[in-house]
Design a protein around this ligand. Structure first.
Ligand code: SF4
Ligand code: SF4
Length: 292
């Protein structure tokens, strides 16, 4: 049967109330991540499976995966206790678009909360195909992680992509992923979705290339770019993390092309509350103190 949801498409309000898109919102409004998406369809070299997607999240911690029904219950509770939460998102621990549960969870939440902002983060591989579903659910803000726009470089960052059940390694997989990321962003922008691009800064691999990413996303009207520091682990355990100065210099070099997010907390896939104060890591006693 056909559902008819109504969404608030007020772009200005959505940005102003999103703690990651608007620096001014970060102390006033919160977000809630629903950890409903365990599977991933690619293998980044800095990712250790079974932990959270490093493209958006702090790695190194396993977490409880919620069913869509459990996620809905958690949203009900959180929005009634903490009305400063204005954004409901799916950010892993795998790739949201590779998990049917992502769509089911958001569908359930949308039935009860017609106006809440929906957010998502993805590696972009399935974005062109899944975009119609995101539009139907009223996803308003979307993060795509782009670590290179040159397949030769992305082929060093991602070991393989699993696309429609077939494995494509290195440069071959990178070509598919980059095309889908950029095509997907263009199509999403045409639908009025506000895009953030995350880029993991990997010294010696993409550090000289990040400005090219900034130029490519500028052409596609990406709203904001978030350059994150590599957390060395997995196949990239031997690569050092960039220094804060190197990260800042890269952000400064990209700023002329696209607005820079500089306050990312690399949150968990089950984080909720203010981005500076993750309530998933608090005692119940402390959480109760914040209740409205
Ligand atoms: Fe890991 Fe995220 Fe890359 Fe998938 S997209 S391999 S979960 S870092
Ligand atoms: Fe926002 Fe960064 Fe946390 Fe994502 S990881 S919710 S962009 S602060």
């Amino acid at each position: 049967e056909e559902e008819n949801f109504t969404f608030d498409r007020d772009r200005y309000r959505i940005i102003a109330e999103h703690p990651c898109y608007s620096e001014n919102a970060r102390h006033r409004f919160g977000r809630m991540h629903l950890a409903v998406a365990p599977k991933c369809n690619i293998q980044c070299n800095f990712c250790v499976r079974d932990f959270a997607c490093v493209n958006e999240n702090r790695p190194g911690v396993t977490m409880e995966i919620l069913t869509p029904a459990e996620a809905l219950e958690k949203v009900r509770q959180a929005l009634s206790d903490y009305p400063f939460i204005k954004v409901i998102g799916v950010a892993g621990p795998g790739d949201p678009l590779a998990n049917e549960e992502t769509f089911e969870a958001l569908r359930l939440v949308r039935q009860e909360f017609p106006n809440i902002t929906f957010c998502m983060s993805t590696n972009g591989l399935m974005l062109p195909e899944k975009l119609p579903e995101l539009v139907k659910l009223g996803v308003a803000t979307l993060t795509v992680t782009i670590n290179a726009v040159d397949p030769e470089i992305q082929g060093q960052i991602c070991e393989y992509v699993n696309y429609h059940g077939k494995i494509y390694r290195g440069v071959e997989g990178a070509r598919i992923q980059i095309k889908n990321q950029l095509d997907g962003i263009e199509a999403a922008v045409r639908e009025g979705i506000v895009i953030k691009v995350n880029t993991v800064l990997v010294p010696g691999i993409n550090d000289g290339h990040v400005v090219e990413i900034a130029k490519a996303v500028r052409e596609r009207e990406v709203y904001i770019m978030n350059i994150m520091s590599l957390i060395p682990q997995g196949a990239f355990a031997h690569i050092r993390a960039p220094t804060p100065e190197e990260r800042q210099a890269t952000q400064d070099a990209c700023e002329p092309y696209v607005r820079q997010m500089r306050h990312c907390r690399q949150c968990r896939a089950d984080a909720y509350g203010y981005i500076d104060q993750d309530m998933s890591q608090m005692s119940e006693e402390r959480r109760n103190l914040i209740k409205i």
